[in-house]
Design a protein around this ligand. Structure first.
Ligand code: GLA
Length: 363
């Protein structure tokens, strides 16, 4: 009798353990499988959702990229300095890798960027005697570069930032004069680049891209440039507003006014490099070790408001791309203040969705 009881007891204990293990596993599986909404699916009726990447982050971000993003931009790999660092020596492997990734996952690619005053090697502007080349030579080199990039990536890239940051920040100055392109070719280098790009790939959408593009002074100069190009019959299909913004600036009203004015130009708008710094621009405000709950809430509120505005303009905004994927890799950790950690994106350093993610998908 006693023995029977012991056996029964043991049996009951084993059953209980089995039951608890099964329950535990089921709960874990459920938690692991808990699906968060996909950004690109939520925004499918509105616009593409993109991210800037380097070839080196593709593995780490693979899951996030496939689930949430429908468009990619090469953070640096397509820039002049990356593909043609030394005369006659080309390196395409990083850009090729990103393009292959985009194509194999049915993602769009934005081409960034063909002609820019920055990240362009000195040899482009010099002859064999290290003297400055003249306008004709530089126009030829511009054409070669544009043709080369568009031939190589034209099948994958649907929209190109043909010219980046040609407008001056200086009051009273229109085009940026501290640009070798401007100095050697002259004012018409912008128009020349667009015409060459159109000739190289008549199907491609051609964009002008700039920062501070919603600030009234710069906005008005960008609009002037686009109107001049349009009046001269230069092929331009869109304007890229970089969107390196912060928790404090610019105001939603400033962004709204700029969107209204750009929309009147009859071209597409891409938000090309979106991130929301948790610091006011360039302040030496004490660095944070981690973002407080209050900061994360404020960021969520700002992102929510900004995306609500973007949705209102979804007839003209066709792509919203973030400058990065998650807070473990952002240029803002070193700019404008070196070694100052920042948390500007929708996913945190552990690639988990932040409050800002939820305010963008829940509306
Ligand atoms: C600008 C450029 C980008 C990139 C960012 C900072 O906005 O357009 O290519 O260099 O600055 O990372």
């Amino acid at each position: 009798m006693n023995r029977e009881l012991t056996v029964l007891r043991r049996f009951a204990i084993v059953c209980l353990i089995l039951f608890l293990v099964t329950l535990g596993t089921a709960t874990m599986i459920q938690a692991g499988e808990m699906e968060i909404p996909s950004l690109k699916e939520v925004y499918e009726p509105y616009f593409e959702i993109g991210a800037a990447v380097s070839a080196g982050v593709l593995n780490r971000y693979d899951e996030l990229l496939q689930k949430h993003f429908s468009s990619l931009t090469a953070e640096n790999s397509m820039k002049f300095s990356e593909v043609h660092r030394n005369p006659g020596r080309y390196t395409f492997h990083a850009a090729d890798r990103i393009v292959e990734y985009a194509q194999s996952h049915n993602m769009l690619m934005r081409g960034h960027t063909l002609i820019w005053h920055s990240q362009v090697p000195a040899h482009v502007f010099l002859d064999d005697d290290l003297e400055r080349v003249d306008r004709e030579v530089l126009l030829e080199r511009m054409q070669e570069h544009i043709q080369l990039m568009m031939d190589r990536y034209g099948d994958a890239v649907y929209a190109w930032d043909v010219v980046n940051e040609a407008i001056s920040d200086e009051p009273g100055e229109y085009l940026r004069t501290n640009s070798r392109w401007y100095e050697i070719i002259g004012e018409d280098y912008v128009a020349q680049a667009f015409r060459m790009a159109h000739e190289a790939d008549p199907e491609a959408k051609l964009f002008y891209n700039d920062y501070s593009a919603v600030q009234p002074a710069k906005r008005d100069k960008i609009i002037r440039l686009i109107k001049e190009l349009q009046a001269d019959g230069v092929p331009i299909h869109g304007v890229g507003l970089q969107g390196h913004w912060s928790l404090y600036d610019p105001s939603v009203e400033t962004i709204r006014r700029a969107l209204e004015m750009y929309a009147e130009l009859g071209i597409e708008i891409h938000i090309t490099e979106l991130d929301l710094s948790v610091y006011a621009w360039n302040t030496r405000a004490p660095m944070m070790w981690e973002p407080s709950e209050e900061i994360l809430k404020l960021q969520a509120k700002r992102y929510g408001e900004i995306f609500a505005l973007f949705r209102e303009f979804s007839d003209v905004i066709t792509n919203v791309s973030f400058w990065g994927v998650a807070d473990d890799h952002t240029w803002l950790d070193n700019f404008p203040v070196p070694n100052r950690k920042n948390w500007p994106l929708l996913f945190d350093e552990f690639l988990e969705p932040k409050p800002a993610f939820w305010s963008v998908v829940d509306f």
